[in-house]
Each structure stands twice: as C-alpha cells, then as structure tokens.
Design a protein around this ligand. Sequence first.
Ligand code: GLN
Length: 234
Amino acid sequence: MTMTIRVAHLYGDLMNTYGDIGNILALQYYAKQIGVEVTSDIVSLEQDFNADDYDFAVFGGGQDYEQSVVAKDLQNKKDELIKFIEAGKPLVAVCGGYQMLGKYYVDAAGQKLPGIHAMDHYTEQQDNHRFIGNVLIQNEVTGQKYHGFENHQGITFLGKDEHPLGKVLKGYGNNGEDGTEGAVHKNTIGTYFHGPIMARNGNLAKHMMFKALETKYPETDFSKMKEKVKTYEY
Ligand code: GLN
C-alpha cells in the first residue's frame, strides 16, 4: 500500500512570497526517495478546511493587502486549524502566514489584523522600516543550522507554549532584539524564512516529512526509511 501525505496549501493563490510553494515541492522531492506520494490542494477564500482531510499544511507569506483579505477569511478556518495543530500534524507557516497564526499583526499602515491565536506570539509594526537580508539560525535542540532570506516589516514576540525555531547567528529574526527566529509549537513551525525554507534546508524538510508520516501511520517503524533519505542543505 502506498503511503500518502495530503498537503493543504493554505491560501496558496494569495500567499506565496518568493515561491513559498517550493516547500511543497521539496516535500514531494524527499517523499519520492522513499516511495511516498504527496498530493496537495490549495485551500483558499470561502473554502472549507477540514483537519481530517490533511496530513501536512503550508501557509506562505504575503503582502499586507493580501494578508488583510486572508485575515477575515481565516477566522472561519480557525477551529479546524487549531484542531489540526493540536493533533500534532505538521504545519509550516512562513512570514505573513506565521504572523496570522499568532494573536495579531499590525501592518505597515498601522492597521491591526486579528490572527487566530493558534500560537501565542503577536506581531507589532516597525516604524517605516523592514528587515531584509540573509539569515542564519541554529536550532538549540538539534544543533542544526538553517539558512534563509527574510523580508518583513512586522516584529514578532513569542508567547507561552512556543519556543524559537532557532537562535539568530546572522540577520534579524523575529524582532531584531531578542536573538530568536521563528516559533515552534507541537509540530507547527512559524518562521520568517523564505528561500523556501524546506528547499534550502533538507534536514528540516526531512524532519517535518517524518513527523507527518509518524502522526498518520503510528504503527510503522520509519527508521530504515529515514536512513534512505538523502538531503541537500543551503
Ligand atoms: N506583510 C508582512 C510583513 O511585511 C509579511 C511579509 C512576508 O510575508 N514576506 O511583515
């Protein structure tokens, strides 16, 4: 029986800064090495999101205008998204998507957009300034380093029940102040990294892929498959 990872590409038609869709392509690439099939659907405005229909979700970044449109619709998907996250299914949220999973986002014009509070962070505005450039971080649990590119005006502060994806070695990260980048809650990752993050950091793609498989197929021993996956970094 072929194993399958069903991906929900949240607002993929609106939130796809710097080709964040590449996260799904990277997942497909690594899944192919172990004969796992990956299917994906864009789940966008006025479409239902059912947590049970998916094993993995990707929520990309966006400009402030798209984000304001998405912010309204997202409230209708809030309960199912929280159910998905709390079930331990992996979700990779980038930049605008990351901001919207938190409590709120204040855009460049000062407009406060509500998030869905699936995670405890919140995002304030910078005064007529953006953080732009290459970033390098290190995950303090695994020691792995991740490379990315950031371009955001929002500055994010972490809350309870989440820890950073990494410590900033180069670049700005969440807010340019506290040396943190991104947020992890259960198997959900929020990050400012474009690149896309899973294409440039194969070790992270592999980690997230096996989280999806282990959650979906809890009886299966994946250790042999893990040895087989050859990843590419940077
Ligand atoms: N509009 C948001 C900001 O500027 C997110 C940007 C992005 O997704 N790259 O902070």
